[in-house]
Ligand binder design. Structure first.
Ligand code: PGA
Length: 257
């Protein structure tokens, strides 16, 4: 039984004051939703303020990126040692990091290994762009991303991971994938690749989210799919009512008892 997981990726939104207001608005209702993991991923500058606000609740915290080194002359980077004082989760390899900041599959793999070595749970993002999708290259491309991201890990490590399948053409566009298409890539392609790299038990244990224009109106379409364990939510996670509503719908469909 995989525990469902909804994560809110705030991206480069919310000052400390705005983050505080948003968390105050939703923390009571969000923490009242049981049987599902709830993760907030604010920008680095707001992590500490958010930790203080969610401290007594079961809401978890994630960062949006990290460097693999523990410390050193890496101006502008943040390390796993710094994050583990604050967070349980860290998003790694989001398509915006790959596209705008040149993150490669190899960098993603180094970050995943470092996060795991420091007790942080990675949420590893994969997904094809529109051109690849239209050219029928989705399966091969996503398989390649998964293979490199998980290279050198143990089955035990992979079981504890979260992968987010986020087709790039669906991110921030209002044009989500269909539940059936997302489930096919998540089940057949991603779990299939994990099964071939490790074993079927590992492929069945790992949690996989869908991401890309998830909102309260379409979250049920994804959560009713057998291989989809949750969602990585961008835009709708910035609005308290929407994030609470979609988390509640997801829990009602897939809550672990
Ligand atoms: P979106 O973003 O929900 O705004 O499409 C999802 C993401 O990039 O994680």
């Amino acid at each position: 039984m995989r525990t469902p997981i909804i994560a809110g990726n705030w991206k480069m939104h919310k000052t400390i004051a705005e983050a505080t207001a948003l968390v105050r608005k939703m923390r009571r209702e969000l923490s009242a939703i049981k049987g599902i993991e709830k993760v907030l991923c604010p920008p680095f500058a707001a992590l500490s303020a958010v930790v203080d606000l969610i401290g007594p609740t079961d809401i978890k915290l994630g960062a949006q990126n990290m460097h693999w080194e523990e410390q050193g002359a890496f101006t502008g980077e943040i390390s796993p040692l710094m994050l583990k004082e604050l967070c349980q989760y860290v998003i790694i390899g989001h398509s915006e990091r790959r596209k705008y900041f040149g993150e490669t599959d190899e960098a993603v793999n180094r970050k995943v290994k470092s996060a795991l070595a420091h007790g942080l749970k990675p949420i590893i993002c994969v997904g094809e762009n529109l051109e690849q999708n239209e050219a029928g290259q989705t399966d091969a491309f996503v398989t390649g991303q998964v293979r490199v991201a998980l290279d050198g890990l143990t089955a035990a490590q992979v079981k504890g991971l979260v992968v987010a399948y986020e087709p790039i053409w669906a991110i921030g566009t209002g044009r989500a994938a269909t539940g059936a298409d997302a489930n096919r890539v998540i089940g057949l392609v991603i779990r299939g690749t994990v099964s071939s790299m490790f074993d079927e038990g590992t492929a069945q244990a790992l949690r996989i989210q869908y991401g890309g224009s998830v909102n309260p109106a379409n979250v049920a379409e994804f959560m009713t799919q057998p291989d989809i364990d949750g969602a990585l939510v961008g835009g709708a996670s910035l609005v308290a009512d929407k994030f609470v509503a979609l988390t509640r719908i997801a829990a009602d469909i897939k809550r672990v008892r």
